[in-house]
Design a protein around this ligand. Structure first.
Ligand SMILES: O=C(O)C(=O)C[C@]1(C(=O)O)C=C[C@@H](O)C=C1
Length: 394
């Protein structure tokens, strides 16, 4: 049941709910007893009329989505379609130019409709680094919506294992951060298991110092190493007396902060609501443009959209010039690299594996050519997937 409660609360990565906690208690005007006394009849009947239309329209939209998925030549692929999700997001954000609803709010409404429609066809099971309201959970909710069956696990490795064993159809894991770089546990698992990336979610991550005690009483601060690192300067300048402790996720940190005297967590606004913590200071990340990219892992194959990313894993010979020769192939085929990371080979053999991602889709001619030229030159190459590139979600 706790899960259901959590699901209801996770509407977006926006700050609104938790931020309410920061407001000092204000004297409220005396409340009248019923809505009929507060609102004139004309407003009441107008609201009822709008509500009737909304319920009719959201159901119509849901039914149309079900019909669209069922009539697709490949209904399984239509259930997971990051390209149309992205197109819909751009479309509704354009439509919503005059507000007063925020884009986050409108996106949340549509996400709920789509995820309800998909659930009626078949529930999507998604493993994520938990517990609830880690940033990975928020990324999973952005991609799959509140009606998916969300499966929290304790480590990034366990997310991979769940997908690999077929216990869940998808998994969501952090892969890189604009301030802190690669997420080693994720890259390590890609070298161990033959899993593919079928989508990405980019989230603007804003960290908060959460606790149940006063700021002056905080002696211990818990969080995931990546989150502590993203707030390193702020923490050393503002909380020099506190001991920092690394735990498996920011939401595990929030759970601890809720039980240990003198403990605080670096975690999300949504975690503050879920674990009943006060926001002591918000926005403590050192870089205001702190963005984490999450990978969706699973078997789905995405069609080219014209705005895609392809990820590969290559083992390059350990000799002078072999990396330069490899990169030359990208240059020759005019392929724009978006990320390159080296990772030491496991075992006795010296050398490195490289994670490389670049613009383009494996089905495009120049990308096919690039891959086949690379295959001739490197020791081993694995294609980890081609999928639509996503915009940054606030
Ligand atoms: O601990 C969490 O909440 C996570 O989802 C993990 C993680 C990460 O490892 O990068 C995700 C986003 C933030 O960058 C900090 C932590």
């Amino acid at each position: 049941m706790a899960k259901k409660k959590a699901v209801k609360k996770a509407t977006s990565t926006s700050k609104s709910k938790a931020a309410v906690k920061k407001q000092p208690a204000q004297k409220q005007p005396a409340r009248k007893s019923s809505s009929s006394k507060r609102n004139p009849a004309s407003i009441q009947s107008e609201l009822k009329k709008i509500d009737r239309e909304i319920v009719k329209l959201v159901n119509k939209r849901c039914s149309m989505t079900i019909k669209q998925i069922k009539s697709d030549p490949d209904p399984r692929a239509a259930m997971f379609d990051p390209k149309s999700d992205e197109e819909l997001r751009e479309f509704i954000e354009k439509l919503n130019s005059s507000g007063p609803l925020t884009n986050n709010a409108v996106r949340g409404i549509f996400r709920q409709i789509l995820s309800s429609a998909r659930r009626q066809i078949h529930p999507q099971r998604v493993a994520y680094l938990g517990p609830a309201y880690s940033y990975t959970h928020l990324a999973a909710l952005e991609r799959f919506g509140e009606e998916a069956d969300m499966v929290p696990v304790n480590t990034i490795g366990a997310v991979f294992e769940e997908v690999n064993r077929g216990n869940t159809e998808f998994g969501v894991v952090p892969i890189e951060n604009s301030t802190d770089g690669r997420v080693v546990d994720t890259l390590d698992m890609f070298t161990r298991l033959p899993l593919r990336i079928c989508g990405e979610v980019l989230i603007a991550v804003h960290h908060n110092l959460l606790a149940r005690c006063e700021r002056s009483e905080i002696t211990e601060i818990y969080s995931k190493p990546q989150a502590l690192s993203q707030c390193r300067e702020w923490l050393s300048r503002n909380m020099p007396q506190a001991h920092l402790h690394e735990v498996t996720s920011t939401s595990t940190a929030a759970q601890l902060a809720a039980t240990k005297p003198g403990a605080a967590a670096v975690a999300s606004h949504q975690a503050s609501v879920e674990y009943d913590l006060q926001i002591i200071v918000e926005g403590i990340e050192d870089n205001t443009n702190n963005v984490t990219r999450f990978a969706v892992i699973g078997e789905e194959v995405c069609e080219p959209t014209g705005k895609d990313r392809t990820a590969i894993l290559v083992h390059i010979a350990h000799k002078a010039g072999s990396l330069a020769d490899t990169l030359q192939i990208f240059k020759k085929n005019k392929v724009n690299l978006t990320w390159i990371e080296s990772f030491p080979l496991r075992g006795e053999e010296p050398g490195y594996l490289f994670f490389i991602d670049f613009e383009g889709h494996i089905q495009e001619a120049h990308i096919k050519r690039t891959i086949s030229e690379l295959e001739k030159r490197v020791v081993r190459l694995e294609t980890m997937g081609s999928y639509p590139r996503s915009g940054i979600l606030e």
